[in-house]
Design a protein around this ligand. Structure first.
Ligand code: CMC
Length: 432
């Protein structure tokens, strides 16, 4: 406990001293607001673009220790979850805070499985997109549109209503994601097959053609399951913050999650694995690697898929993904880019430039190779991220809705513009 810990701040403008409580390694920004506050002047504020050192919430969902390479969902290490669990069980854990009993598990899986269909009007909406529409744009707008199909979702204070929307969202994301993929290929949309598991059904909706029943290779379904588990949550990242920020207005979860999808769409968040693939294709052959590495060290470009804002020793997800790579390539045949990736990794991990800066492969270094081997075009990569991240977004959204300390998100600004100008006459405005 840090109950008696305080921070003494002396305001040198006035000579006044303030004692601010320190709780859980943080001081309250609102306590700074008391410093220097007068009737005419607002108190001190903290300035933190990008929230690099600001805790926006208390959360019991995901724990990360970047220095030690630890990632835990609800206290369970990611390595154990990836090895022993399924995506739906992990989704239950994230949403409910504890692992399901057998009965709870079966009911959960049943509920998700039987909500995989979407309203036919939503299908028409998807069909209205242009042939070359980006699947992430299609996903984002169709998830937003779901709120119009379930208007009761606005009643976010009712736990049963919340549960129903959580089930619907987790269930329908693969359907919408797969249909966005089929749309770009001009292929008919495939309806869900409720006899298959979550990832098997997703593969079926992606790749089924004229066969009566699509039976995905269990090794591919398992690899996808692992990838889904690894991407299910990552505490207060950009898209989760977007879900929480939009959700703080008490909007329905479909609208809040579509904000998360929009944030994930951006290249700084969900797009790094696509950049890795482009980089490997550009390097083309292992002989070109030394020249490429020299360019990186000179600062010409970055080694994509290396480095992380939080993980400074290793990204635990990267270690797990490397194992999945072997399983997938056993089925699909080896992607020739793998050799370049492995050689790049070997050279970089021995090079002082990368070692001294604590730059290691992150989750995106190998995931793009797997996705490409599974025949996904790069535009689908962020969709493959958004589908499993939905359970994490929803777990964080429920936490937000239940958190009495939370308020509508409304940061302060430091105003830098003009003040009190006189509006010029038309003559003055247009003669400039
Ligand atoms: N290649 C070469 N140099 C790098 C790289 C890289 N990938 N990443 C960082 N550096 C250098 C950087 O130039 C700086 O060098 P110096 O001290 O000489 O100026 C030093 O390492 C520290 O970098 P930083 O930019 O302060 O680190 P950051 O924490 O702000 O950035 C990062 C983290 C992930 C944005 C960055 O490492 C990067 O751009 N990596 C490549 C893109 C990538 O793979 N992104 C996916 C991240 S994982 C996504 C997820 O968790 O969902």
């Amino acid at each position: 406990m840090t109950e008696n810990h305080t921070l003494t701040v002396r305001d040198n403008r006035t000579g006044e001293e303030y004692e601010l409580p320190i709780t859980d390694g943080t001081v309250r920004a609102s306590d700074f607001g008391k410093i220097g506050k007068t009737e005419d002047e607002p108190g001190l504020a903290v300035y933190d673009p990008g929230f690099t050192n600001t805790a926006s919430t208390r959360s019991a969902v995901t724990y990360i220790d970047g220095d030690k390479g630890i990632l835990e969902y609800r206290g369970y290490p990611i390595e154990q979850l990836a090895e022993k669990s399924t995506y739906l069980e992990v989704a239950y854990l994230l949403i409910h805070g504890e692992l399901p009993t057998r009965e709870q598990h079966d009911k959960w899986v049943h509920e998700i499985t039987f909500h995989t269909f979407v309203h036919e009007n939503l299908k028409s909406q998807l069909q209205g997109f242009r042939y070359d529409a980006h699947p992430m744009g299609m996903l984002l707008s169709s998830v937003g549109a779901l709120s119009t199909f379930y208007p009761e979702a606005r009643n976010i204070s009712d736990p049963q209503v919340r549960h129903d929307q959580v089930v619907r969202l987790i269930a329908k994301m693969p359907t919408l994601g797969a249909w966005s993929f089929r749309h770009a290929q001009g292929k008919p949309y495939v309806y869900p097959d409720n006899e298959l598991t979550y990832t098997e059904n997703f593969l079926s909706m992606l790749f089924k053609m004229s066969e009566q029943k699509y039976n995905p290779d269990p090794r591919l379904a398992k690899a996808l399951e692992v990838l889904f588990i690894l991407h299910a949550d990552h505490e207060q990242n950009c898209s989760t913050n977007a879900v929480r920020s939009v959700g703080s207005s008490q909007v329905d979860p479909y609208s809040a999650v579509s904000a998360g999808i929009a944030a994930l769409y951006g290249p700084l968040h969900g797009g790094a694995n696509e950049a890795v693939l482009k980089m490997l294709k550009r390097i083309k052959v292992p002989e070109n690697i030394p020249a490429f590495i020299e360019g990186v060290k000179k600062g010409d470009e970055k080694l994509m898929g290396f480095g992380h804002r939080v993980y400074k020793n290793f990204d635990p997800r990267a270690t797990i993904i490397k194992k999945a790579v072997d399983d997938v390539f056993e089925v699909t045949g080896v992607n020739p880019l793998l050799e370049i990736a492995q050689e790049l990794e070997r050279i970089a991990l021995e090079d002082d430039y990368f070692v001294s800066r604590k730059l290691y492969p992150n989750v995106d270094f190998y995931s793009g190779l797997i996705y490409e081997a599974l025949q996904f075009p790069p535009e689908m990569f962020t969709v493959l991220f958004a589908i499993p991240r939905t359970s994490g977004w929803l777990a964080q959204w429920i936490e937000l809705v239940d958190d009495k300390e939370q308020k509508i998100a409304r940061p302060k600004q430091i105003y830098t513009g003009d003040r009190q100008l006189t509006f010029p006459s038309a003559e003055e405005r247009w003669s400039r």
